[in-house]
Design a protein. Structure first.
Length: 492
């Protein structure tokens, strides 16, 4: 590989990097894809994701080409609603407190459906998200708008489908290749990448470079530096290889830092999960119960919204608590609604709340009993309906529970200890609407493009579930195409 001049070099081989490489290759360019990971664990952070993609559609008919095995009889049972461009845009704006870059958000929204169809053309297989998002209501299965299908076998399935597509298209892939710097000409344009390989340091020449190497969530020093006190202690849900080196050398080269550098996607995970790569130990069903800290008191509105709109910020709330730990409590009425991840990992059960609380280390059991009694007394008598904002809430207690507030009165009772698990970071480098990297003076850096988590400006404070993978794929395609066009113009 060394000695060749590539048209496009893509740094990072997750969702964004793979889609960038494939898009560049579609433009008949010579492409090199660099993956820091060893081949057996290739694919970066997406490997550990659930594989959910958020995109726009008018009806289930728009998804039928992506679900070739779905029968008419099965389709008749599905209630997916519609998900317009305006609804997707507003979801992003609302959860990011209207801080998201509007131009980038419009690109994300406008290209979401076409990108999902494009992944299908690359042999990505899809399934209905019935086990994670759907709720059975009588004879119908109701899906939240925008979150209807996921990649078969999740994020691992996604990357393991895209890698063969890249190989079959003639993209050269180098594993265990850690990029540690950019090569540039006298005018400051990027002309390649310096890479540490098993054989030593190699300089690869390229007419254009796409950075798609993720953020810094696996780097405790950077987490503490940018996210703040305590973030060096959280569990890492994704790849141990997302440690921020590429982001650091891009900033040192003069790339513009943008976005929410003190923000991240941080969810609730099993308190006894492994410290790294614990993506499948999450605990997302908190809207159906209550959460208490070790002093036995509630601390959030568990029913603020559907979990897709709140789960990415819950970890941050628990990180602020003593011992960085909370307990999710449910009774037998809601136990069947809990996601499948609750069937494994640490938990306790008992026939009454006092006995349950006494099983949990460090928990003030007397306050737990008092909290549950006060909560039960505050719940209104509206009907419970997990398929919508049901208004079944509490009164005269703080914090309120806005929806899905059922009394904890049906034994046995269950408690699941949770802590903070970081998924990905929100701060990154600035890009144009064409995926070109901007410098600190807001000028384009010649020959340098970026996509995915390494870019900032899309998410602040929170994000709508399924939009992270979609962002990587949308802007991966965009950056790869732009880089290829730039490289072809540079050949002359």
């Amino acid at each position: 590989m060394a000695g060749k001049i590539y048209d496009v070099i893509v740094v990072g081989a997750g969702n964004a990097g793979l889609t960038a490489a494939l898009a560049a290759r579609q433009q008949e360019t010579r492409v090199l894809l660099l993956d820091k990971c060893p081949k057996p664990v290739r694919g970066g952070n997406p490997r550990f994701s659930g594989g959910g993609f958020r995109f726009t559609y008018n009806s289930l008919d728009d998804m039928r080409p992506m679900l070739p095995d779905l029968t008419d009889e099965e389709a008749a049972k599905m209630d997916v609603g519609t998900y317009s461009n305006a609804a997707f845009f507003e979801d992003v704006m609302q959860v990011t407190e209207y801080a998201a870059d509007k131009k980038l958000t419009n690109i994300l929204v406008d290209q979401s459906y076409a990108t999902a169809r494009g992944l299908t053309d690359m042999n990505v297989k899809w399934i209905l998200s019935t086990s994670t998002h759907a709720i059975k209501m009588g004879h119908k299965i109701k899906f939240p708008s925008g979150r209807v299908i996921s990649v078969n076998d999740g994020g691992l399935g996604l990357v393991e489908m895209l890698f063969p597509a890249a190989e079959n298209k003639g993209i050269e892939i180098l594993y265990e290749a850690r990029a540690n710097g950019l090569i540039f000409d006298k005018a400051g344009g990027v002309t390649g990448v310096r890479v540490q390989t098993k054989e030593g340091t190699v300089e690869f020449e390229g007419r254009a470079v796409v950075l798609a190497a993720g953020g810094f969530e696996a780097n405790p020093e950077m987490r503490a530096r940018y996210l703040g006190t305590g973030w060096d202690l959280v569990k890492v849900r994704g790849s141990r290889y997302n440690s921020g080196e590429v982001l650091n050398f891009a900033l040192a080269f003069g790339a513009q830092p943008v976005g929410h550098w003190s923000g991240c996607h941080a969810v609730l995970v099993d308190a006894e999960a492994p410290d790294v790569e614990c993506a499948h130990e999450h605990r997302y069903s908190n809207p159906y119960g209550i959460m208490v800290e070790i002093n036995g008191k509630r601390f959030v509105d568990e029913g603020e919204d559907f979990f897709s709109y709140t789960y990415a910020k819950c970890g941050r709330e628990v990180l602020r608590l003593p011992w960085r730990t909370a307990y999710q409590i449910f009774d037998s009425k809601t136990r069947p609604l809990l996601r499948s991840e609750y069937n494994r990992g640490s938990h306790a059960s008992a026939e009454n709340i006092e006995a349950l609380a006494k099983k949990l280390p460090g928990l003030d059991w007397e306050n737990v009993v008092r909290t549950v009694n006060e909560f039960n007394a505050a719940v209104n008598d509206a009907p419970f309906d997990p398929s919508k904002h049901d208004g079944k809430c509490t009164h005269d207690i703080s914090p309120v529970k806005s929806n899905w507030a059922q009394r904890l009165d049906a034994p046995p009772f269950y408690a699941f200890p949770v802590t903070c698990g970081i998924t990905f970071t929100f701060g990154g480098i600035g890009i144009t609407e064409h995926g070109a990297v901007k410098d600190t003076s807001d000028n384009v850096i010649s020959g340098l493009f970026a996509a995915g988590e390494i870019t900032g400006g899309s998410f602040f404070n929170n994000y709508p579930g399924g939009s992270g993978l979609m962002k990587g794929a949308v802007f991966g395609r965009l950056a790869g195409t732009s880089a290829a066009n730039f490289a072809k113009a540079r050949r002359v």
